[in-house]
Design a protein around this ligand. Structure first.
Ligand code: GDP
Ligand code: MG
Length: 170
């Protein structure tokens, strides 16, 4: 079909919803509103065709296991978000990444995956994960890497654009 399904995973509070809302609506809010699970659709052009970009904003690690497996099975690309201010949030991505690899099997090498360190606007004192540590983690997983800020709009369009490019180039 012409549906391109991108699934966003990550611990609560890392900025998953903020990244999606920044990309879809161009807005940002300071308040934290926990998500159930939301899907956003946007019509885009890809490979000279019209297709629907479908972004699923998950609840992260508190997602029901059955829902998590279903999101992975149906997903074409994955954004794995941690906060650069929380090493714990990077560690919480490991089991999700392992589950994605398990469920996708051989296919995994063909699937666009981006490890994203969000909140890169935060001050140096609040940082717990450096850019090079994030890069090294992504390299060891064999996935792409980017730091973003939903707050300042740094690398947000680039993130989604890069995923679409990875899809085209495979
Ligand atoms: P989610 O649980 O992963 O969906 O996280 P949210 O998108 O709800 O964001 C959690 C909190 O982090 C909110 O208070 C946001 O305003 C804040 N936040 C999200 N992205 C950023 C960012 O890039 N920089 C900063 N400084 N705060 C952010
Ligand atoms: Mg959310």
């Amino acid at each position: 079909s012409n549906d391109y399904r991108v699934v966003v995973f990550g611990a609560g509070g890392v900025g998953k919803s903020s990244l999606v809302l920044r990309f879809i609506k161009g807005t940002f809010r300071e308040s934290y509103i926990p998500t159930i699970e939301d899907t956003y659709r946007q019509v885009i052009s890809c490979n000279k065709n019209i297709c629907t970009l479908q972004i699923t904003d998950t609840t992260g690690s508190h997602q029901f296991p059955a829902m998590q497996r279903l999101s992975i099975t149906k997903g074409h690309a994955f954004i794995l978000v941690y906060s650069v201010c929380s090493r714990q949030s990077l560690e919480e991505l490991r089991p999700i990444w392992n589950l994605i690899k398990e469920l996708k099997g051989q296919e995994i090498t063909q699937i666009p995956v981006m490890l994203v360190g969000n909140k890169c606007d935060e001050s140096a004192e609040l940082r717990e994960v450096t850019n090079s540590e994030g890069q090294a983690e992504a390299a060891s997983w064999g996935v792409s890497f980017m730091e973003t800020s939903a707050k300042t709009n740094h690398n947000v369009t680039e993130l989604f654009q890069e995923l679409l490019n990875m899809e085209k180039n495979r």
